[in-house]
Ligand binder design. Structure first.
Ligand code: 5GP
Length: 202
């Protein structure tokens, strides 16, 4: 059996990450969404246990104290974290996991789960284009947009250590590039130890 892969996707907010990740999950049934814990309240339509495990701050802090998180971070004033259990269960069954997490969390995953992960960063074509996208959403006030832009730049400053960098200018092209990154990552010989051993045993 091939070893499960953790495909980590990071992107500044407004870059189209959710759309791209959703397409990848829809196309590849062996790729499972890693459900994170968060202390932010559910948005309309979000389901506990599917989109997130929605926890109180106290519940989150108790899990953190028990070292249950592979990684965690404070993002936009709320806590977010990935449970070790989620990852261990998926990888032991040979499944692939998609992490949609922020850059701080990705840096922890890189340290805590070496050898299992591939990191893809999705960037906007320009900061101006990102600003236009955030403004077009119409859901955030100018101060929040300014904060998101500053956060975006801080995240872009980390993009150099990722394995893949996809620019989401034209959605279809960006999707094909992200898909190529995932497919390429699955071909690493380190994830196919089972096959190598089988060939050698013949
Ligand atoms: P949202 O609240 O819009 O769903 O997510 C806000 C940000 O938190 C996004 O950048 C998302 O990728 C990030 N995020 C979601 N889950 C996790 C997690 O488990 N860990 C970390 N570090 N970030 C997360």
């Amino acid at each position: 059996m091939s070893q499960g892969l953790v495909f980590v996707i990071c992107a500044p907010s407004g870059t189209g990450k959710t759309t791209l990740a959703g397409r990848l999950l829809a196309e590849f049934p062996q790729l499972n969404f890693s459900v994170s814990c968060t202390t932010r309240p559910p948005r309309p339509g979000e389901v506990d246990g599917e989109d997130y495990f929605f926890l109180s701050k106290q519940e989150f802090e108790a899990k953190r104290a028990d070292n249950e998180f592979l990684e965690w971070a404070e993002v936009h004033g709320n806590y977010y974290g990935t449970l070790r259990k989620t990852v261990e269960e998926a990888l032991s069954k040979g499944k692939d996991l998609l992490f949609d997490i922020d850059v701080q969390g990705a840096a922890q995953v890189r340290l805590n789960l070496p050898g299992h992960c591939v990191f893809a960063f999705i960037a906007p074509p320009s900061i101006l284009a990102l600003r236009h996208r955030l403004e077009a959403r119409g859901s955030e006030c100018p101060e929040i947009i300014c904060r998101r832009i500053a956060n975006a730049k801080a995240e872009v400053a980390n993009a150099h250590w990722f394995d893949f960098l996809v620019v989401n200018d034209e959605l279809e092209l960006a999707y094909q590039e992200l898909k190529s990154a995932y497919l390429a990552a699955r071909l690493y010989p380190t994830r196919q130890a089972g096959l190598i051993n089988k060939l050698l045993a013949e």
